[in-house]
Design a protein around this ligand. Structure first.
Ligand code: CP
Ligand code: NVA
Length: 301
């Protein structure tokens, strides 16, 4: 059984296959989820991920069921294993957005239903696939392109670095001390053949890059760290002054943006911003992943 918890669950060829499926018109794909359910479990809020995943399920002929923690009571009403086995009775896949990545691993280890990560503290793979689609729409193949990520080294950064790096692109990451990737993160990337340039200064990352990418400094669940993080990230805002060191690069952000914290309004809403095509690509990413997962895990009977 195949799952998608992080980009490096895929081989390079499989990642490329999913990207190419995502570029196909929805009508050209077989409705592989015909009359089947997909459980969409959300422990955190979502605009893009919930809507793109549900619509992707619909486009593939299936029925998404939105589920909240209050209903399932994982760990209080029932164990994670019992919930997973229950949902496997009705659904073709579980797509889940969770606080703790280990919960996804626990569900996947049961091998009773494919698990797709819709964002955890560790990773955001469907976002990274949409990001590659956005970069390739702009420039063609991502290999030989350079993405400069400026800000918090987080779930989005991990998946982005893996996707861009595995496909042969270059990635630079500029984060302040205390908010950079750990050795464990760096080893995991290196294990996938991805060796980012780790930089301290945003302008060093941005110079000569094709894409400048940032994400919030305060991820969901980190609100208690807000004051400390705002101090730590001083000087890391992607604003007109930073973009001026590179007159060519486009700007990307997974959204939601904390306007005028990690990015200025002028950059988000400016001519170099690609945030809306990027958001639109979440639908193509979700559809491609579900189509691929269905193909890897044929329906029983
Ligand atoms: N980028 C992203 O995952 O957005 P949502 O949190 O709105 O789903
Ligand atoms: N790093 C952010 C991404 C939101 C899509 C978070 O985890 O909240």
């Amino acid at each position: 059984m195949r799952h998608l918890l992080e980009i490096d669950d895929l081989s390079v060829a499989e990642l490329r296959e999913i990207i190419e499926i995502a570029k196909r018109p929805p009508g050209s794909l077989d409705p592989v989820l015909d009359r089947q359910g997909v459980a969409c479990y959300f422990e955190k809020p979502s605009a893009r991920t919930r809507n793109s995943t549900e619509m992707a399920v619909v486009q593939l002929g299936g029925h998404p069921v939105h589920i909240t923690p209050a209903e399932l009571g994982i760990g209080t009403r029932e164990t994670a294993a019992d919930v997973t086995r229950t949902l496997a009775c009705y659904h073709r896949a579980i797509c889940a957005r969770v606080f703790d990545h280990h919960l996804l691993e626990e569900m996947a280890a049961l091998q009773v239903i494919p698990i797709v990560n819709l964002l955890s503290d560790g990773a955001h793979p469907l976002q990274a696939i949409a990001d590659v689609l956005t970069i390739e729409a702009e420039y063609g193949p991502v290999e030989d392109r350079t993405v400069a990520y400026v800000g918090d080294s987080n779930n989005v950064t991990r998946s982005l670095a893996l996707a861009v790096g595995m496909l042969g692109g270059s990635i630079r990451i500029a984060s302040p001390p205390g908010h950079q990737f750990t050795d464990v993160d760096r080893d995991r990337l290196a294990g996938a053949g991805v060796e980012p340039d780790y930089l301290d200064r945003p302008s060093d990352a941005v110079k000569g890059a094709d894409v400048v990418y940032t994400d919030t400094w305060i991820s969901m669940g980190e609100e208690n760290l807000r004051d400390d993080k705002l101090k730590a990230f001083e000087g890391f805002t992607v604003d007109d002054k930073l973009l001026a060191v590179n007159p060519e690069a486009v700007f990307m952000h997974c959204l939601p943006a904390h306007r005028n914290e990690e990015v200025s309004d002028s950059v988000l809403d400016g001519p170099r911003s690609r945030i809306w095509p990027q958001a639109a690509n979440r639908l193509h990413s979700a559809r491609a992943v579900l189509y691929w997962i269905a193909g890897q895990n044929p329906a029983a009977g």
